[in-house]
Write a protein that binds this ligand. Sequence first.
Ligand SMILES: O=C(O)C(=O)C[C@]1(C(=O)O)C=C[C@@H](O)C=C1
Length: 282
Amino acid sequence: MNFTTGAPVSELLSLDHIRNQLIRLEDTIIFLLIERAQFAHNEKIYKPGAFRPELEFDGSWLQWFLFEIESFHAKARRYTSPDEHPFTPLNLLPKPIIAPQSYPSLLHRPAATHPSVNVNSRILDFYMNKISPGICAPGDDGNYGSAATRDVEVLQALSRRIHFGMFVSESKFLDAPHDFIPHILSTPPNTQALADLITKPAVEAKLLVRLANKARVYGGEMDADGRVVESSDRKGKIDMEQVVSMYRDYVIPLTKDVEVDYLLHRLDGVSQEQVELWMKGR
Ligand SMILES: O=C(O)C(=O)C[C@]1(C(=O)O)C=C[C@@H](O)C=C1
């Protein structure tokens, strides 16, 4: 998201604005999955140590790609942006070469807990074990570089989408802090009540219908004259079911986990006075 358009914080944090970003990211993710699905699964690129002799690296070919690409992007200050989270631990990445941009302060991030939420290891896990084998043809076509390049792009988009949960959460919190505060402050915090507060079944249901339609349209084939071609296996460029189930089983649940994790730290460093003020707004 472009945080430096000069738009006021109230606009950047409006739920409509954030949900529009999530909708736009659906398109990005579907197109990137279509790109990845051109290549075979190439399981070898996910196996730790499979390229050890060539790389002198114990991780997988994909982890090496992530490390190399993220090292470059870190120098270009990518991970100073509030919506970017690297898969490689931040302390292993180089420092930005130019000074970070100044961003409007949208999230509550007391220094001690920053970055308080990072679910990239879980994203990598479901992507490697479920999504890549689900959307790609089985086997090894030797396109290790192309496949890993596309994997990194999909992973980055999924990570941005899922960590957007923090903005959704901040928006919901500011809208009704008194609803959340008692559950954050109870001992132990009531994570189930927080999850119930942020869950919007109607929004999820609409999303899944929209996604199935997008995957059908974007993944459909046309001939050179623009006529829609029915593919023999009816799957087009991507298996629509895989895209919908990825969102249903992983993307939405992980976004919700990010939202709840964010809320658990929402009152860190906040004064008692402010908490009381919020509670009075009931
Ligand atoms: O739009 C919201 O309110 C969100 O919290 C995002 C999201 C999603 O991941 O798409 C997650 C939880 C809600 O139940 C609905 C949708």
